[in-house]
Design a protein around this ligand. Structure first.
Ligand SMILES: [Zn+2]
Ligand SMILES: [Zn+2]
Length: 253
């Protein structure tokens, strides 16, 4: 690999991360709010159309978040080049089962990390410093998926920066985790429910977070702190007991 300065890599990662956000969040917004919105009217979670100023604020915060995540990515790359991370390229190193298993393990770890930091963010003394930016828009749009205040973006970035020093990971797993995280968070902030009516009671669906589940968090604050899975909310008493009925009501409108 050709050597460039740390800030060169930071700049490249900043462009890639921002481009990924604009493409996925912007693409989802374009599809659901500008082009096909009427076809999904029955599945709309918002009561009012989003405000232009809210979207602008979300995008501004997201540019800041992209700068922080690019810093994390440049640190990971420099760590890898110095041989101090557990990242590797050869997929056969631990057997072909390992990339899939480590992918699942990182999602589970990230979900635990996110659940607990998210609960801390909502502490009344910390909320306005750490998490108010993410909740400023009220009902979210795809643009909200990446909108974090600076301290929240740093705390979120620390997860992946830390995990590459603790868990051996093939590069492809890291990329798959990043893509899953981006698509899943855009889905959670979509403002439209895409899953079938049976989803919250389905034997598997009930364990996954989706748009209705997370939009309840944006309205109530005191429930639904998870990122991918409903497990911790269910175990620790932060699952909204009306979630299933809200889902039914929405799809019967
Ligand atoms: Zn959110
Ligand atoms: Zn929150």
């Amino acid at each position: 690999m050709t050597d460039h300065s740390f800030w060169f890599y930071w700049f490249v990662f900043f462009g890639v991360i921002l481009g990924r956000y604009l493409l996925i969040a912007g693409g989802a917004y374009w599809c659901f709010y500008l082009v096909f919105g009427k076809s999904f009217a029955q599945r709309r979670l918002r009561l009012k159309p989003p405000l232009r100023e809210s979207i602008q604020r979300d995008v501004e915060l997201s540019v800041l978040s992209a700068a922080v995540f690019a810093l994390g990515a440049a640190i990971i790359l420099f760590g890898y080049k110095s041989g101090v991370t557990l990242l590797y390229v050869d997929l056969h190193k631990y057997g072909l089962w390992y990339p899939g298993a480590s992918f699942a393990a990182v999602l589970i770890l990230q979900d635990v990390y996110f659940y607990f930091i998210h609960r801390v963010f909502h502490h009344p003394l910390l909320f306005k410093w750490l998490h108010r930016g993410h909740h400023r828009s009220g009902d979210p749009t795809p643009w909200t998926s990446f909108a974090f205040d600076l301290p929240e973006a740093i705390i979120q970035a620390l997860f992946l920066v830390g995990v590459v020093f603790i868990v051996p990971l093939p590069f492809i797993t890291l990329v798959a985790v990043l893509m899953t995280m981006t698509v899943w968070t855009v889905l959670n902030h979509l403002g439209f429910e895409l899953f079938p009516a049976s989803f919250p009671r389905h034997w598997l669906g009930q364990w996954f977070i989706g748009p209705t589940h997370h939009s309840i968090h944006h309205r109530q604050y005191r429930v639904h702190y998870g990122l991918y899975f409903t497990l911790w909310d269910k175990l620790l008493g932060t699952h909204d007991p009306n979630y299933e009925t809200e889902f039914d009501t929405l799809l019967r409108r």
